[in-house]
Design a protein around this ligand. Structure first.
Ligand SMILES: Nc1ncnc2c1ncn2[C@@H]1O[C@H](COP(=O)(O)OP(=O)(O)OP(=O)(O)O)[C@@H](O)[C@H]1O
Ligand SMILES: [Mg+2]
Length: 171
């Protein structure tokens, strides 16, 4: 008898928000090159997946700013870019001092970056406002003395992506 695959298979498979591919970057303290590297590798991978240029650019900015914040303001951490058919999540997790006042930290121009970092051209207090502008949703959880988790979500129009393959991608 002919199998009725259309009936048994759920229309939600694969789930639109189910992660299909994850990129992962370890971020060490004072590694000022890793942010640019992570952002450009992310950009390349997302371009290969066929995401819209505007979305790729926004995600690369989020990865760069989140990685710089780990480098400058925490001890060490990790950034994951979790790609699903309908969304990309940038998850930044660090071990460090945390953020005592998130509302203040979100203000344009607010920065606690030390002088030596400002002399390198960073510390304008624009990273978090930039991340907010580039994402559809932003959630920051922090514990003073322990560390910070930042989760930025970007929603995709499924028509903008090719089939996202499961597994690991070398970028
Ligand atoms: N991961 C983090 N851990 C601890 N504090 C953080 C972290 N990320 C941001 N902050 C705090 O929030 C402030 C604002 O961050 P934001 O990224 O907007 O600016 P900045 O890093 O100081 O400068 P810029 O990003 O423009 O180089 C930082 O100065 C710092 O006090
Ligand atoms: Mg910053």
């Amino acid at each position: 008898m002919h199998e009725r695959k259309d009936v048994v298979s759920s229309p939600c498979q694969p789930a639109a928000n189910k992660p299909q591919l994850t990129l992962r970057f370890k971020i060490d303290e004072k590694d000022f090159l890793i942010a640019g590297e992570s952002a450009s590798k992310t950009k390349k991978a997302l371009q290969q997946l066929g995401l819209k240029q505007e979305i790729v650019k926004n995600i690369a900015i989020i990865v760069y700013e989140a990685a710089m914040n780990i480098v400058i303001h925490s001890n060490h951490g990790e950034i994951k870019i979790i790609i699903a058919p309908n969304q990309v999540v940038v998850l930044s997790e660090d071990v460090g001092e945390g953020i005592p006042d998130i509302e203040l930290a979100m203000k344009e121009g607010y920065s606690t970056a030390p002088n030596e970092v400002r002399e390198m051209g960073f510390g304008a207090g624009m990273g978090l406002p930039n991340i907010k502008q580039c994402s559809n949703e932003l959630d920051i959880k922090t514990t003073v003395g322990l560390g910070t988790t930042l989760r930025a979500t970007i929603y995709l129009n499924p028509a903008d992506t090719k089939q996202v393959e499961t597994g690991t991608m070398y970028v």
